[in-house]
Ligand binder design. Sequence first.
Ligand SMILES: NC(=O)c1ccc[n+]([C@@H]2O[C@H](COP(=O)([O-])OP(=O)(O)OC[C@H]3O[C@@H](n4cnc5c(N)ncnc54)[C@H](O)[C@@H]3O)[C@@H](O)[C@H]2O)c1
Length: 466
Amino acid sequence: MKRNHFLKSLIGASTFLGLPFTSFSKLNKQQIQERIRSLQQNIRGDLVGFSVDPIKKVRVGIIGLGNRGKILAQMLHWLIENDKAEIVGLSDLIEGNVEKVIQDLNGVQKSKPATYTKNENDWKNLVERDDVDLILIATPWRWHTPMAIYGMEQGKHVASEVPIAYTLSDCYKLIQTAEVTRKHCMMIENCCYNDEELFVLNMIQKGVFGDLTHAEGAYIHDLRKHMLSEDYYQGQWRIQHHRNRDGNFYTTHGIGPISNYLNIGHGDYYSTLTSISSREKNLSDAAKRKGSPFTDIKCGDMNTTMMKTAMGKTVMLQFDVHTGSPYSRINKVVGTGAVHAGYPSRLYIDNPEELKYWGHNWLSDEAYTDYKEKFTHPLIKKLKSISENYKQGHGGMDFVMIYRLITCLNKGVPLDQTVYDSITWSAITPLSELSVANSSETVEFPDFTGGTWKNDRDLEIMRMLS
Ligand SMILES: NC(=O)c1ccc[n+]([C@@H]2O[C@H](COP(=O)([O-])OP(=O)(O)OC[C@H]3O[C@@H](n4cnc5c(N)ncnc54)[C@H](O)[C@@H]3O)[C@@H](O)[C@H]2O)c1
């Protein structure tokens, strides 16, 4: 009932909030803010600290077994071997992808997962099974929200690849569905579990950085080859977004860890956002050179999005998958006591008593190593010997992420990210599109937490589980 009521209340707004924001350049700033604000009253925020009864062995269904889904399935192997999880069903449009995952399970899991490959709605039959606890979603972006919503409506916990949503109406629908169905709805953001990001977070939590003032993150990754290939992304789904939209499409690898650093949702929250995109050149040039039919690219080569938090911290978040810039998530964070920058990881410690540490210089390799040894996150130390065997999962971080998700469910404790975190990180995409379409107009960041961000509370990711 409550969900239906909510969805009705969205009808007026959904046309506005569910479409790419380039269509809204005719609205003035006040109209945009009024419509965004009118939806916020529907969020209760009562899934903060949410947990369910322990699930001794988590029965998993996976939808989408392309590049990413195959890796997620592999990350479950150790947990399957240790009786913590089981893969009961697999769905993909391509039978060969499902077969590959089943082949990989040989010698790992005795039972053979059921398969769902008939058509693009066959995944619903997997979701409707009575013997599934958790649905993992690794499909193209347009499917994440409908699959997650249907999963929760069918009584399943859901964990989706990034981004879990890319329109504001989908953001609100996901929160509302999770609140009404009382199911976990988590976006699995693997970079939060990377050794370097957890090292920085641990130092911040232990006070090394003092008071934080600023952070920078990014997704800078040359995807031209993959986006222009006819074989890499199923049906070339990814480049279609770049033909039709302009903004910061892949926010979460940068903003997930940064949100943990800055205590977003745990005593602070984003308050305003502005976004600017450069002109587009590189992807369309590459498309022409390659003879691709997709030469009409709308998304700028570099998007820069900036945000300010209620407590006055600033964030810069960049997005460039069109140019040859070497890979970077920047991973910079600045405080009164220290600075970190990634690619490669460097640390500056502010120590006015010792002039050799006064500004300008990063720590020596030796001093850096001392900090690394002292502040490596306990989760990384604990899982090192296992995660080292999972190099294909981005050097181990994918394993740590899946281990944490399943272990939290095994133990019946809150997950590391709430639905509110997942939506906050994803919503930056439609907000950036809105700002870009309106000459970089500053927009108020909607409160996706029902006001609960004001409560100081510990980060779940810092809690160790026995
Ligand atoms: N976190 C990370 O590091 C990371 C890395 C790569 C991709 N991703 C994310 O993973 C997702 C998938 O990306 P990818 O590179 O694997 O893409 P992909 O195109 O290789 O895989 C998508 C798969 O989904 C299947 N699919 C599409 N529609 C379906 C439907 N209706 N029912 C069942 N299956 C369906 C396709 O057949 C395909 O095999 C994306 O959201 C992407 O952003 C995350």
